[in-house]
Design a protein around this ligand. Structure first.
Ligand code: ADP
Length: 217
């Protein structure tokens, strides 16, 4: 089955719809850095879905599915769910029709192993990554933001939103996920964003970049 069953208008150059025309974006960064906010804005601006592995996994937990029950302890202790599980979830999601023009990956890949599996999957499907946006910010600011978000929205507070677990999650990020920054840097795919800047400035910087590389809108 083709990932790319697009409606092609007569006047549109066919090249515009070749796989390399897909707007495939990865957002990389620690908890609290603002990836989710930017993902929402970019999804709306470019009309492509965001695939958030965290959200998908939380939905499984809330629905009490066998998978949800299986991952509950891992998630609530702030640890990473197994590469096999998340890779399967993402691969099943990317082949859906609404990803035909592109997609934003938020929270995936999170380990080098996931990065390699994703790379092979994209290659096999003729999908070329457009950019990996790497966010960073000072650790104390990240902790402050996540705890403030949890305090302001008690309905969204997660079991893992305690300072202790958060510090663990940050350590996991720098140990397991940060190596992906070099991995994509070597492929010249990286756009580095200072997560200490305001949300609006960050959105403007990303759009500025994307509008230069984007093959079609
Ligand atoms: P946040 O946005 O707060 O950084 P997420 O919502 O992306 O966190 O993820 C929450 C939890 O879901 C993670 O702590 C982890 O347990 C699990 N998870 C999400 N994505 C992945 C992934 N790619 N690999 C392994 N575990 C993941």
């Amino acid at each position: 089955m083709s990932v790319l069953s697009l409606h092609i208008e007569e006047s549109t150059p066919v090249e515009a719809f070749l796989p390399h025309g897909l707007l495939a974006i990865i957002l990389l960064g620690p908890p609290g850095v603002g990836k989710g906010t930017q993902a929402g804005r970019l999804s709306a601006a470019y009309n492509i879905p965001t695939i958030s592995t965290g959200e998908i996994l939380r939905a499984e937990m809330e629905a009490g599915t066998p998978l949800g029950l299986d991952i509950q302890e891992t998630m609530t202790s702030g640890n990473l769910v197994s590469d096999n599980i998340v890779c399967e979830i993402v691969q099943n999601r990317i082949v859906k029709q609404d990803c035909a023009k592109g997609f934003i990956l938020d929270g995936f890949p999170r380990t080098l192993a996931q990065g390699h599996i994703l790379q092979e999957f994209l290659r096999a499907n003729g999908i070329k990554l457009r950019v990996v946006i790497s966010f960073d910010a000072e650790e104390d600011e990240l902790v402050r933001r996540v705890l403030e978000r949890a305090a302001k929205n008690p309905e969204k507070k997660r079991a893992e939103d305690t300072e202790e677990i958060l510090r663990d999650r940050l350590a996991i990020f720098y140990r397991e996920t940060a190596p992906l920054i070099d991995f994509y840097g070597q492929q010249h795919l990286l756009l580095k964003i200072d997560g200490m800047k305001t949300e609006d400035i960050i959105t403007a910087e990303i759009k500025d970049f994307l509008d230069k590389v984007i093959p079609f809108k």
